[in-house]
Design a protein around this ligand. Structure first.
Ligand SMILES: [Zn+2]
Ligand SMILES: [Zn+2]
Length: 141
């Protein structure tokens, strides 16, 4: 079956993506580090049209170093970051991989922002790596 489900730590926010990921990225940028609290973020891109949210989310808007406006959506109860959107990727939801129930759907194909990688952070050397975000941004494997 295509698609997957996910939720925040407390379960007040959950979602279903009716589509499989378009692409998944291990992102070592500082924004992903600070917003997830982990040494890097894994972002799983899905079409917005197939993304069904349940529960209330709070959002935080900021500007990425690309100049794109990014919005992060998180659970107001437990604070888990669940997904994000950005003006650089219209109609795409960037799901935070750690929130996904169906863990076999988490299959990153590239590493990005190696320029800002934490030196001790683990990295999958088998994937193509980029110093920043390649342009145009990858849309498929
Ligand atoms: Zn929660
Ligand atoms: Zn990032």
């Amino acid at each position: 079956m295509s698609g997957f489900t996910g939720k925040c730590l407390c379960g007040a926010v959950s979602y279903r993506s009716h589509e499989d990921p378009v692409v998944a990225i291990n992102c070592h940028c500082e924004d992903c580090r600070r917003s997830t609290g982990a040494v890097f973020g894994t972002n799983v891109m899905v079409p917005e049209a197939g993304f069904e949210l349940s529960g209330e989310v709070k959002s935080y808007l900021h500007t990425a170093d690309s100049g794109n406006a990014m919005t992060k959506y998180f659970c107001p109860e437990c604070g888990s970051l669940v997904y994000g959107t950005g003006t650089g990727r219209p109609n795409i939801i960037s799901v935070r991989a750690g929130s996904i129930d169906d863990v076999e759907k988490i299959a990153p194909s590239i590493n990005v922002f190696l320029d800002s990688k934490v030196p001790t952070a683990p990295m999958n050397e088998e994937l193509t790596s980029w110093p920043r975000m390649p342009q145009p941004a990858p849309s498929k494997d």
